[in-house]
Design a protein. Sequence first.
Length: 132
Amino acid sequence: MDPIALTIALNVIYEVTTLFIIVLGLAIVFGLLRVMNLAHGEFIMIGAYAAYFCQDQGWPYITAIPFALIIAAVVGYLIEFTLIRHLYNRPFDTLLVTWGLSILLRELIELVYGKGFQSLSNPIPGSVNILG
């Protein structure tokens, strides 16, 4: 098999599964709470920046990933407890609150980390050979 085609196929599988997990989370939130969360992507961003913060502090990946999950869960719980819980029977209001929250979270991250692109280092050094 052509190595370029295999690389493209693996990248497509990676992207599709990532989007599937994101959509599944959004569907669960809407199905259980009946809240259309426009800040769903920003909660993913919080987890990603928490992992970036851990790596920036020199923490290993084995501790950075659980830390990022815990931070995203705690922030999500606090926002649900303080803002969303009071608006369950008002769908338009929850839509506006989560939209404003989305803008607020993006601006806070931009204030702390700037507009530049941030990324994590590769946890597996070198390359991995598949089928050859």
